[in-house]
Design a protein around this ligand. Structure first.
Ligand code: 13P
Ligand code: SF4
Length: 346
């Protein structure tokens, strides 16, 4: 893997949300009401990620939809009887829904919302990686394109990655992992698995800084540190809990600490505050608001999901996800395998 393969995307602006027209709280409420009516009329259900704007999270929950991590978004959308799924998140989440439920119409507020991990792992290069290591079982993070999932043996999300890698490692399987290098390194370390790692990273989590986090911890010694495993190894080393978004939300309710330093996208605070209203949450320090900060703890692509784009999708039926059928069938094998594995853990 060379370095140029890891960052093939253009720099992104952190404040896409700020560029959108502002509107009053009365207009906001009016839009929310209209969106709820549209969802009902279209027999549609809204499935949103924890990193999306709180307006969207609220609508999803008020209308029988779901706010969840990427595994639960996939499972919920697949199991739900609605004929249209509206997926608020980034493109791989919409594609995963379509891979699992080809009979459903899958729409997204925007098709522009990608993910730096997905971008770091073009299918052709991933195919070469697999061809070069035929004795390895390939496991890809859900944050990949349908074409990459189609080539992989397994798809996995962070909430069950440790369990799946341990399961494969117990069978003495050497593993080829893509694309997140930090999550891969973490899995290698906690499971002892024999892994070859692709060198992608997340623009949000890669910005958290261990040195600043250590200093912040000294100022807040009572706070527990919650870290998403897409963060650098030096940040993970300072964590009290490492886990997927839903596992971090669960931890802030379960742990006795009155405060938490959180190293993941700051939109997660909406759900954390809802679930643990008496507790205090601090953002873990990132590279800073200066020239080097591309994300500042909020995913620029998740930020593209807003009331305007959601309303537009519902009104026009635009932004439909399509996946080539040959690719879909192959990707369904590795993605469904993930859901079956997750179900077997219960
Ligand atoms: P989760 O599966 O933990 O929700 O993570 C998805 C993601 O994109 C994190 O950056
Ligand atoms: Fe991708 Fe990172 Fe955004 Fe998650 S937060 S969608 S991993 S760029």
């Amino acid at each position: 893997m060379n370095d140029s393969m890891t960052q093939p995307f253009a720099p992104v602006t952190a404040d896409i949300q700020a560029q959108l027209p502002a509107f009053s709280s009365a207009e906001r409420e009016h839009m929310k009401t209209r969106i709820k009516q549209f969802l009902k009329r279209e027999n549609a259900v809204l499935v949103a990620h924890y990193y999306t704007h709180e307006d969207l999270q609220e609508i999803a929950e008020d209308t029988g939809g779901k706010v969840a991590d990427s595994l639960e978004m996939a499972r919920f959308g697949h199991a739900h009887p609605a004929t249209t799924l509206i997926v608020a998140g980034v493109k791989f989440m919409g594609e995963t829904a379509k891979i699992l439920s080809p009979e459903k119409r899958v729409l997204m507020p925007t098709l522009e919302a990608t993910c730096s991990l997905d971008l770091s792992c073009p299918a052709e290069q991933f195919n070469h990686f697999c061809d070069a290591h035929p004795e390895h079982v390939s496991v890809v993070y859900a944050n990949t394109s349908a074409a990459v999932k189609a080539r992989a043996d397994w798809v996995v999300t962070s909430s069950i990655a440790v369990k799946l890698i341990s399961h494969l490692s117990d069978q003495n399987q050497p593993i080829l992992w893509a694309p997140d290098r930090h999550l891969g390194r973490y899995l290698e370390r906690v499971t002892g698995a024999d892994m070859l790692l692709w060198q992608g990273d997340c623009v949000v989590h890669n910005e958290f800084r261990a040195k600043d986090l250590r200093a912040f911890k000294e100022q807040h010694p009572e706070a527990a540190v919650l870290v998403h495993p897409e963060s650098p190894e030096s940040v993970i080393e300072l964590a009290d809990v490492v886990g997927s978004t839903s596992q971090l939300i669960e931890a802030c309710q379960r742990l006795p600490n009155a405060s938490f330093i959180v190293a993941t996208d700051n939109r997660i605070f909406y759900k954390m505050k809802q679930m643990a209203p008496t507790k205090i949450f601090y953002e873990a320090p990132t590279a800073g608001e200066g020239a080097t900060c591309r994300s500042c703890a909020h995913c620029p692509w998740m930020a593209m999901n807003d009331l305007h784009s959601l309303m537009h999708t519902l009104q026009t039926g635009g932004n439909e996800i399509h996946v080539d059928e040959d690719i879909r069938i192959a990707a369904n094998r590795s993605t469904k395998r993930m859901l079956d594995f997750a179900a077997s853990l219960k």
